[in-house]
Ligand binder design. Structure first.
Ligand code: NDP
Ligand code: ZN
Length: 351
């Protein structure tokens, strides 16, 4: 089969591989729609998780089941399914302790385009099919279903990590597709004041439509200064970080009130350390929580998030600015994700 791969750090291209083999608990899926992620860019061009040789890229897809293992109970060939970017082993001890995304070790629930071939292949392998797949609701298109694999669960997980609640002032740093879903999630969780940070007008307009009440351009000055002037010098209750770099934590800490919570879902692609400003962190005693996480994955979450889309509570089409038809366009879509032209939020390739 054909796949679009990371040949080595900084080098991409098409490869020919054997079709993956289905274990007793697994499924083999043919993609119906795929999307490149900014994480593919970190992995491939920054070498953020180290060297990989001819690893098929991609972890955002929906697809059609073509084969299931003998022990799979709830799915069969022909089913159209959502596949989360993170596919934990649901019997692992890490899952039993509440952290499925780390089943098997740190970040090990993230298998596609990390520890095994990803979804930019003619076929791909899904472990623990009953635990990880979910049926696509009838009124959700393949392109929309593809947004449910990573953008929706990750943005919403940022909101969970920051524990956003009714009436909060919330800062969302980064309003690419992940940050936009965090804005939407903060809105669904009852945030009163939502400040989005980004520079591109296409993302700013989308942020407004998802519930941002103010927008800050990080190119116009320090984020924390702009946040202070929008909050009468008080700062925000919660911060979700979905963009920026290692130094963004300093701005987040300077923007949050005592007792505030910072939830990071940004993938820190380079650098050795994250810096926390000592004084604004209350010289270590400000009750400011800093946390970060990979989204959880799994079937129940997929089914629940899909209901938000199928019942019209969350519009994911608004994220899709570039649509392609045909597998051969995967390469073009990935380059778009790397280059981030002014009019891009998210590209999708329908097959
Ligand atoms: P994008 O690159 O599309 O968006 C990044 C956003 O951050 C843009 O709004 C950008 O603004 C803004 N930004 C860039 N630099 C700065 C800065 N210095 N300060 C403040 N804001 C800045 O990324 P995605 O939305 O696709 O993904 C966001 C992050 O989430 C990525 O790191 C990705 O790898 C990660 N991720 C994490 C997952 C998880 O499970 N935790 C899963 C999926 C993704 P503009 O472009 O307008 O200038
Ligand atoms: Zn991703």
């Amino acid at each position: 089969m054909k796949g679009f791969a990371m040949r080595s750090i900084g080098r991409i291209g098409w490869v020919e591989k054997e079709r993956p083999v289905c274990g007793p608990l697994d499924a083999i899926v043919r993609p119906l729609a795929v999307a490149p992620c900014t994480s593919d860019v970190h992995t491939c061009w920054e070498g953020a998780i180290g060297e990989r040789t001819d690893m098929i890229l991609g972890h955002e897809a929906c697809g059609e089941v073509v084969e299931v293992g003998a022990l799979v109970k709830d799915f069969k060939p022909g089913d159209h399914v959502l596949i989360p970017a993170i596919t934990p082993d649901w019997s692992s001890t890490e899952t039993q302790s509440g952290y499925p995304m780390h089943s098997g070790g740190m970040l090990s629930g993230w298998k596609f385009s990390n520890f095994k071939d990803g979804v930019f292949g003619e076929y791909f392998h899904v472990n623990d099919a009953d635990g990880n797949l979910a049926l696509i609701p009838e009124n959700v298109s393949p392109a929309e279903a593809c947004m449910l694999s990573d953008m929706v669960p990750t943005g919403l997980h940022g909101v969970e990590l920051a524990q956003v609640t009714f009436g909060d002032d919330v800062l969302v740093v980064g309003i690419g597709p992940v940050g936009l879903m965090a804005v939407a999630g903060a809105n669904l969780h009852g945030a009163a004041h939502i400040i989005g940070v980004g520079s591109r007008p296409v993302c700013q307009e989308a942020a407004r439509s998802y519930g941002a009440t103010d927008l800050v351009n990080y190119r116009d000055g320090a984020i924390e200064d702009q946040v202070m002037s929008l909050t009468d010098g008080r700062g925000v209750d919660k911060v979700v970080i979905a963009g920026g770099d290692n130094d963004t934590f300093a701005s987040a800490v300077k923007s949050v009130r005592p007792g505030g919570i910072i939830g990071n879902v940004n993938y820190l692609g380079d650098g050795e350390y994250v810096r926390i400003p000592r004084v604004e962190w209350g010289v270590g005693m400000g009750h400011i929580t800093i946390t970060g996480g990979l989204m959880p994955g799994g079937r129940l979450r997929m089914e629940k998030l899909a209901r938000l889309v199928s019942l019209g509570k969350l519009n994911v089409s608004r994220l899709i600015t570039h649509r392609f038809q045909g597998f051969e366009h995967v390469e073009e879509a990935l380059w778009l994700m790397k280059d981030k032209p002014a009019d891009l939020i998210k590209p999708v390739v329908v097959l």
